[in-house]
Design a binder for this molecule. Structure first.
Ligand SMILES: [Zn+2]
Ligand SMILES: [Zn+2]
Length: 265
């Protein structure tokens, strides 16, 4: 793969491993190296919400990075020794405005290279779970999308994270798609303009039925107009999608005149 600008180091800051819901760590790192990346960030899912519901959810999914991050850190160090790519010890944290204290304490204690923050839940349910949102009224859909952007702005304002992941995740759910407004985008762009937190261009569903980047073109253009840069995040869970997603992101950045930003230097 040839980067759009060969002078610039290309980092993919958002890749999963078997320490959450991705393929084996070594396979992900090898794939990042053969994709020609200069750096790859292993950002496994992590949730530290104290409720019993959240605990049950972590147990059910096996999302245990809050308990296994030290073991993964050793594994990353081992892999690093042989890998032809820089590997970052990162995390994709679930965000909720009510749990900023727990998140801050965890991040201070653990000292990851950087943290990616995500709003995944609405109405207590993961946005990806289309069935939950299917039978709601248009008014309810509109209110949920409003709530999503409210939480996203709070995430950006909290400055807990270096990166804000997939900053219009609601678009991935067909029942919630199309309710985002110019006003939402302006508020999100305002928040990024005043924050140290950088939005991500995310290719997690680029090659699937959804076929779009996050954020959608209109929000990307709003960010570009404000001079807000983005980080590259393929959100890959399998090794073979890293290279094509990076290539697609590079093309999109060039086309929209967006600057790619580095973190954790
Ligand atoms: Zn995510
Ligand atoms: Zn992810």
């Amino acid at each position: 793969m040839t980067p759009a600008n060969a002078e610039t180091a290309v980092h993919d800051y958002h890749v999963h491993s078997n320490y959450s819901d991705g393929a084996f760590l070594r396979r992900m790192v090898d794939a990042a190296a053969s994709a020609g990346l200069d750096g790859v960030g292993i950002a496994d899912h992590c949730n530290v919400f104290p409720s019993e519901d959240a605990r049950r959810h972590r147990r059910a999914l096996g999302f245990n990075l809050d308990l296994t991050y030290e073991r993964r850190r050793e594994a990353i160090e081992d892999v690093c020794e042989r890998a032809d790519v820089r590997v970052f010890d990162a995390v994709e944290m679930d965000y909720h405005p009510d749990h900023e204290g727990e998140i801050r304490e965890f991040l201070d204690d653990t000292g990851f290279d950087y943290a990616v923050g995500s709003v995944h839940d609405l109405d207590g349910v993961n946005v990806h779970f289309a069935a939950h949102f299917a039978d709601k009224s248009e008014e309810e859909h509109r209110a949920l999308v409003d709530r999503y952007f409210e939480k996203l702005v709070a995430l950006v304002d909290s400055e807990l994270f270096a990166i804000a992941a997939h900053p219009d995740l609601v678009e991935r759910n067909p029942h919630l798609r199309g309710f985002a407004t110019d006003d939402h985008y302006e508020r999100v762009a305002d928040a990024f303009e005043r924050s140290r937190t950088v939005p991500e261009i995310n290719a997690g569903r680029l090659l699937d039925d959804y076929g779009e980047f996050h954020p959608a073109p209109e929000l990307l253009d709003t960010l570009a107009d404000r001079g807000v840069g983005v980080t590259v995040g393929t959100d890959s869970h399998e090794p073979d999608v890293i290279a094509p997603r990076v290539e697609a992101i590079e093309e999109e950045l060039t086309e929209r005149g967006l600057e790619s930003v580095t973190v954790a230097e």
